[in-house]
Design a protein around this ligand. Structure first.
Ligand SMILES: [Zn+2]
Length: 65
C-alpha cells in the first residue's frame, strides 16, 4: 500500500488566463488555460494527480524542467 505523493504546483498550470486562452480540461472538462505559456490541457486538479503518478525522471517544461 502506497500513499500518493503530493505535488507542489506553484504557478503551473496557470491559475489565471485570458478568454482567448481558455479551454476545457481534457479529463474533467473544468475550465483551464489551454493555450500559450504556462498552459496545459489538464486543469490544475487533474495535472496534480497526473504529476503525482510520474516517476522522478519525468520532466515537463513549465512544471519541473
Ligand atoms: Zn481536470
Amino acid at each position: 500500500m502506497t500513499t500518493a505523493p503530493t505535488v507542489e504546483l506553484k504557478d503551473y498550470p496557470a491559475a489565471h488566463w485570458n478568454s482567448d486562452e481558455a479551454g476545457r480540461c481534457a479529463r474533467c472538462s473544468e475550465p483551464c488555460k489551454k493555450y500559450g505559456s504556462m498552459a496545459n490541457p489538464l486543469c490544475r486538479g487533474c495535472f496534480a494527480k497526473t504529476a503525482a503518478g510520474w516517476g522522478p525522471v519525468v520532466r515537463q517544461k513549465g512544471y519541473n524542467a
